[in-house]
Design a protein around this ligand. Structure first.
Ligand code: NI
Length: 395
């Protein structure tokens, strides 16, 4: 353990420098060219097999331990957001309208730090470690995990378990949050087109008012969560846009609605999707209009594996004490494409506390975090990997 702390201590100032480099040079989802080059550059200094261009700008480093064994993956997302930063610290974004406002700069630096520390322990490692640097996490519903999985990131060697983290400003600094089962929600976008018939505003009886139909649809959709979902299950259905009409005295023949559905269980997700289609069809037919529903499956719910959760908990208790390992009671209803990996292999995602007296939420133009928490992230990653591979030295 001391050896690990020492290695983290040695690399820490570089981890901070990397984080600041990424923070100053944010790149949006699908555009992470220089970010991935920088990651490649840093990984290439290590005894790793490095692959680039994995499912886009994904970078993967493979550490083969001294002896054969299992394979565990650690994953960081690397993309930034189209937000104009309002911080004025020395490492603020150099590009107006682009910002690491979701902590992915920190995730990337933490994973690089873990790679450096684990490479220093290479001779003691039995098995393999994959370091997955994933682009496009913010590019729902496609995301970056799906394309990396399709490109084979979980194969050759086959990954037996995967672990990821998110810097979390709603959880106090110095703590981690973990939860069995669903920790983040599925996130599906949908859009609805309603086709009516245009006419003069003064003669509604001679037309079919798509705008009026759309209003009824919006109202009826509210019943899906309140009337068709068990009160013991979670679901969110939000209509975010309604576009219709061209002029005040013309009956609109077309309406477009866009929204999103968040759920924690596939059955609930399936039911909400089915009910949206039934509601649209029923309301439209009652009002003489025609409706089309385009429902897209986005990120699935992020379901944490019980055993990997237990492993992280034990590591957390050992490193930062029991009171700092928080059992999360309520999952977040946001989406996270780490969910795609844990549909394929057992894995777990935990929250790295970042909350201070004054703080801003993720995706806020003033979001920032105390870089010291990156040490906890690295330490938990490193110990979880070593414990999983079963070769950690007794302390
Ligand atoms: Ni994020």
């Amino acid at each position: 353990m001391n050896k690990i702390k020492e290695e983290i201590h040695k690399i820490y100032s570089e981890v901070v420098a990397w984080r600041r480099y990424f923070h100053m040079n944010p790149e949006l989802s699908g555009e992470e060219k220089t970010t991935s080059q920088k990651i490649e550059e840093l990984l290439s200094l290590l005894p790793l097999e490095v692959k680039t261009g994995v499912g886009g700008y994904g970078v993967v480093g493979l550490l083969r331990g001294k002896k054969e064994g299992k394979t565990i993956a650690l994953r960081a997302d690397i993309d930034a957001l189209p937000i104009k930063e309002q911080n004025d610290h020395s490492y603020a974004s150099k590009y107006s309208g682009k910002m690491h406002a979701c902590g992915h700069d920190g995730h990337t630096a933490i994973l690089l730090g873990a790679a450096y520390v684990l490479c220093a322990l290479k001779d003691k490692i039995q098995g393999n470690i994959k370091f997955i640097f994933q682009p496009s996490e913010e590019k729902a519903p496609i995301g970056g995990a799906g394309p990396m999985i399709e490109a084979g990131v979980l194969d050759h060697p086959k990954v037996d378990a995967i672990v990821g983290l998110h810097i979390w400003p709603n959880l106090p600094k110095g703590k981690i949050g973990i939860k069995e089962n669903a920790i983040m929600a599925s996130s599906d976008p949908f859009c609805i087109e309603i086709f009516g018939q245009s006419g003069h505003a003064s003669a509604p009886d001679e037309s079919i008012d798509a705008l009026a139909v759309a209003c009824q649809v919006v109202n009826m959709l509210q019943n899906i969560v309140s009337r068709n979902t068990s009160p013991l299950e979670s679901a969110v259905l939000t209509v975010g846009t309604l576009k219709s009409g061209t002029k005040y005295n013309v009956i609109s023949d077309y309406a477009l609605l866009e929204g999103t559905v968040r759920t924690l269980h596939p059955n609930v997700q399936m039911n909400v999707e089915k009910r949206i289609k039934e509601v649209v069809e029923g309301v439209c037919s009652a009002m003489g209009a025609r409706g089309e529903v385009y429902y897209e499956r986005g990120y699935p719910a992020l379901i944490n594996d019980k055993d990997i959760v237990k492993l992280i908990e034990e590591v957390g208790i050992k490193l930062i004490s029991k009171e700092n390992v928080v059992q999360i009671e309520k999952p977040a209803m946001g989406g996270e494409d780490f969910a795609n990996y844990v549909q394929k292999v057992p894995g777990a995602f935990f929250w790295l506390g970042a909350k201070e007296e004054s703080f801003y939420p993720i995706h806020h133009p003033k979001f920032d975090f105390d870089e010291e928490i990156m040490k906890i992230g690295i330490e938990i990653f490193v110990h979880t990997v070593l414990d999983f591979l079963g070769k950690e030295k007794k302390k």
